[in-house]
Design a protein around this ligand. Structure first.
Ligand code: NDP
Ligand code: OXD
Length: 321
């Protein structure tokens, strides 16, 4: 289905609709006003003139859906991921862009490095020994002997994989298409996955959530893992089958995991993950976008959209990422 590019419209006529439960509208409004003082900013969820909205800057769709805006030219995600936008509810001809910015990437690299060094230096094992008041020597491995698999080699996965390779780890990266990155063994396709998982000490998930990747971290995946492997899930909660992870921990198949994303966020107080000593739970903070750092991309995309130009970091609506 093709839709003609919307005609060029003057920037002074632009209305940006903002909706998020997580991001501060006041901060975003101030940041955008500094760069684009002529643009009208409407903070949702309610909107009294939906026909005037040109661009939606949103984390999720508002209750009335983005279909309520008949003249929408573009959707700009407030996150690097777009699955939370429920794209199936959006006209497939409307372009969607996601957030990509150096600070977001740097924060993700920091989180993943922190998790990897924790596991690499066996701190999860020493922590258990401390609880048991046991003085046990665990010979440390050198970084080059520690095998790490990064699922997803996009903006974030590639930065994490190359960052870990630069620290001396033996890193493999898995993606849909072949990707060659400095110091990283590139793997692609479903057939390469079981062997790659089986030889890895630490697996980091940085895939986008799509119909192909949903539930990938399940009992079958854990059955490929070497006993004592560690997991870092920073992709999305729905990549992980939570009951299967608990079973894999019970079996010792997985020794420990850093979990930053969950099927239900906030993680409910009664959830079994909170009380598991082998799990490190963080509240979706591995990386965060903030208006000051991310404004440049958003401002550029507002301009581009009003000029009828392709968006930066547009997703492929067919692939879903
Ligand atoms: P990108 O779109 O840049 O990269 C996605 C990568 O995943 C690509 O390498 C792609 O392969 C690969 N991929 C997609 N589908 C498959 C598949 N079926 N099999 C194998 N590989 C696949 O995304 P980003 O790196 O920017 O972000 C990744 C995700 O990280 C986001 O979607 C979001 O869910 C999550 N995230 C989490 C945050 C947090 O705080 N926890 C913060 C920000 C993002 P190819 O290169 O071949 O296309
Ligand atoms: C995300 C983000 O997509 O925080 O999770 O950017």
């Amino acid at each position: 289905m093709s839709r003609q590019s919307p005609p060029h419209q003057p920037l002074e006529r632009a209305t940006v609709y903002f909706h998020s439960d997580l991001d501060d509208p006041v901060q975003w409004q101030a940041t955008l006003a500094a760069a684009l003082p002529q643009v009208r900013f409407v903070a949702g969820p309610a909107c009294d003139a939906p026909e005037q909205v040109d661009i939606a800057l949103v984390w999720t769709q508002p209750p009335q859906g983005l279909g309520a805006f008949p003249n929408l030219r573009a959707v700009l995600s407030l996150g690097a991921g777009v699955d939370q936008l429920q794209l199936e509810r959006l006209d497939p001809r409307i372009p969607v862009a996601r957030l990509v910015d150096p600070t977001l990437t740097a924060r993700m690299v920091e989180y993943c490095k922190a998790a990897v060094f924790h596991f690499h230096r066996d701190l999860h094992l020493h922590q258990r020994r401390q609880q048991e008041r046991r003085w046990t020597f665990i010979p440390p491995l050198s970084a080059g002997d520690r095998r790490i698999l990064v699922l997803g080699q996009g903006e974030l996965g590639a930065a994490v994989a190359t960052g870990l390779a630069a620290e001396g780890f033996a890193v493999s990266g898995w993606s849909r298409s072949t990707r060659q990155l400095p110091g990283v063994r590139g793997l692609c396709g479903a057939q390469a996955l079981p062997a790659a998982v089986a030889e890895s000490d630490i697996v980091i998930n940085l895939l986008p959530l799509t119909s192909d990747t949903r539930g990938l971290l399940d009992a079958r995946f854990f059955s490929w893992c070497r006993p004592g492997a560690c997991l870092v899930n920073v992709g999305r909660g729905a990549h992980l089958n939570e009951a299967d992870l608990l079973a894999a921990l019970d079996q010792g198949r997985i020794a420990a995991a850093f979990l930053d994303v969950f099927a239900q966020e906030p993680l409910p107080p009664q959830h079994p993950f909170w009380a598991r000593p082998q799990l490190y739970v963080t509240p979706h903070v591995a990386s965060l976008s903030d208006p000051v750092q991310s404004a440049a991309t958003v401002v550029a995309n507002i301009r581009r959209s009003m000029q009828g130009q392709p968006l930066l970091h547009a997703i492929d609506r067919g692939r879903g990422y």
